[in-house]
Ligand binder design. Structure first.
Ligand code: PEP
Ligand code: MN
Length: 474
């Protein structure tokens, strides 16, 4: 399904120059909802326009500066969270377990890669999902597909599009982020608290020895830092956790986009690269990405996101021609700001070796060399259906294989992998196959709770972090 609403108009120089928060409305758009009640939609949108920003330009600018460091190879980016966040996940336990998991993974990565780690959650707003078909068959009945809590509900009697969900999405995002901030400032991420690394499930003695070595190193280091007071410096006693979601629903994103004062430059060097006094910020999240289905150069999503100051991700996959990459970068980042664009590559373990080198060369041999963050999403190219019921899953071995090949290819190409983008949860779900627990097809039904794509559970996610760390230490 393409959901294309308008007929593509040829892009002219004038189209490219004039950006306004609603210039996307004249472009062809995919995956856009057709709300049956325009009056109810405009009521929700005007309510959103009145509500305060969820995030602040100063935080967005700080993340962009961190991503500049990632683009220069000085830091590593860890991004993770649910495929589809539900309003129900706006709850203390679910939020805390995700924060803790991202923190633990980042400690392992700091130890392995010897670099600072920038953390971004797919949290506090990841409510809109692109779908391959607007309808699906459930129990022999054709029903509208579930498109994420911001559009409709998963239960069959809630499948109609409901614009009041836009406002509920705002409030759930704000409440989630409020608790993230509160939990972090109250010490949930205190590095000197003993962390539960729970390695009991690791069956392979070699892996177990490896992970235990890392954990005792980290535990000793954290204890030492606490003893000497080194964890009380600004750098260590708080951790940042930025938020992100797919920028799919442009009505929502536009309503939270505001012309705001730019934060004061942090240094004279930054001041020299003068920015205008005010810029448009999408205040729904710190980082927004454009999905694989909506990254058409002359389409509405690229048009909208080229006008905002936030750092932007673009999914890149087997259907991305290498020539599109430069066109996208020139459209989204004409001033070649380092860290502004993250290319999130997701080819699948079987295709990465043939496609990634050409994509790297297209960018790194151009005027954009060393400006982008190369991030590997080893999830979305590795989805498969298993069993008679066709349960959607992913094999840990495929996920790790794509990641490992990506690391190797960047090394061969004298480029480097800046980060990873993962679908994960802090809960003990059974959605992906394999990992140290050795989950097999029969185990999937034990605790499969995703309404969208299968996520790594806490143990699988941590194991992936150990394996990445291992790559850097060997
Ligand atoms: C996602 O990140 O959940 C997603 C839909 O990915 P992609 O756009 O790469 O298919
Ligand atoms: Mn997904």
């Amino acid at each position: 399904m393409s959901h294309t609403r308008t007929i593509p108009a040829p892009a002219s120089a004038a189209d490219v120059d004039e950006w306004t928060p609603d210039s996307w409305r004249s472009k062809p758009i995919r995956q856009a909802p057709d709300y049956p009640d325009p009056a109810a939609l405009s009521k929700s949108l005007s309510e959103l326009r009145r509500l305060p920003p969820i995030v602040h330009p100063r935080e967005i600018a700080r993340l962009k500066a961190h991503l500049g460091d990632v683009a220069r190879g000085e830091a590593f980016l860890l991004q993770g969270g649910d495929c589809a966040e539900l309003f129900d996940y706006c709850e203390q336990g679910a939020i805390e377990s995700k924060i803790k998991l991202l923190l633990q993974m980042s400690l392992v990565l700091i130890w392995g890669a010897d670099k600072r780690v920038v953390r971004i959650g797919r949290m506090a707003g990841q409510y809109a999902k692109p779908r391959s078909s607007p309808m699906e068959t459930v129990d022999g009945r054709q029903v509208p597909s579930f498109r994420g809590d911001i559009l409709n509900g998963f239960h069959l009697d809630e499948r109609d599009l409901d614009p009041s969900r836009l406002v509920r999405a705002y409030h759930h995002s704000a409440a989630t982020l409020n608790y993230i901030r509160a939990a972090i400032s109250s010490g949930i991420a205190d590095l000197h608290r003993p962390l539960d690394w729970g390695l009991g499930h690791v069956r392979d003695p070699l892996l177990k020895a490896k992970y235990s070595e890392a954990v005792s190193f980290l535990t000793d280091m954290l204890r030492f830092m606490h003893t000497v007071g080194a964890d009380k410096t600004d750098k260590l006693d708080t951790v940042d956790l930025f938020t992100s979601h797919e920028g799919l629903l442009l009505d929502y994103e536009q309503s939270l986009t505001r012309l705001l004062d730019n934060p004061l430059p942090p240094s004279p060097a930054a001041a020299a690269a003068a920015r205008p006094a005010k810029e448009y910020y999408d205040t729904s999240a710190h980082f927004l990405w454009i999905g694989d289905r909506t990254r058409q150069i002359d389409g509405a999503h690229v048009e909208f996101f080229r006008g905002i100051a936030n750092p932007i991700g673009v999914k890149v996959g087997p259907t991305t021609p290498a020539s599109d990459l430069l066109a996208l970068l020139r459209r989204l980042n004409p001033s070649r700001e380092a860290g502004k664009i993250t290319l999130i590559t997701r080819y699948g373990a079987g295709q990465v070796a043939s496609l990634l080198p050409g994509h790297i060369r297209a960018v790194e041999d151009s005027e954009y060399a060393r400006t982008v963050v190369w991030q590997c999403d080893p999830m979305h190219g590795n989805t498969q259906s298993v069993g008679a019921a066709g349960v959607k899953t992913r094999a840990f071995s495929d996920i790790f294989s794509e990641l490992q090949q990506t690391l190797r290819i960047h090394k061969e190409q004298r480029s480097f992998l800046g980060g990873v983008h993962l679908e994960l949860t802090g809960d003990a779900v059974t959605e992906c196959l394999g990992g140290s627990e050795g989950l097999d097809e029969d185990d999937l039904s034990t605790n499969y709770t995703s309404f969208c794509d299968p996520r790594l559970n806490e143990k699988q996610a941590l194991e992936l972090a150990f394996l990445i760390a291992d790559h850097y230490r060997c």
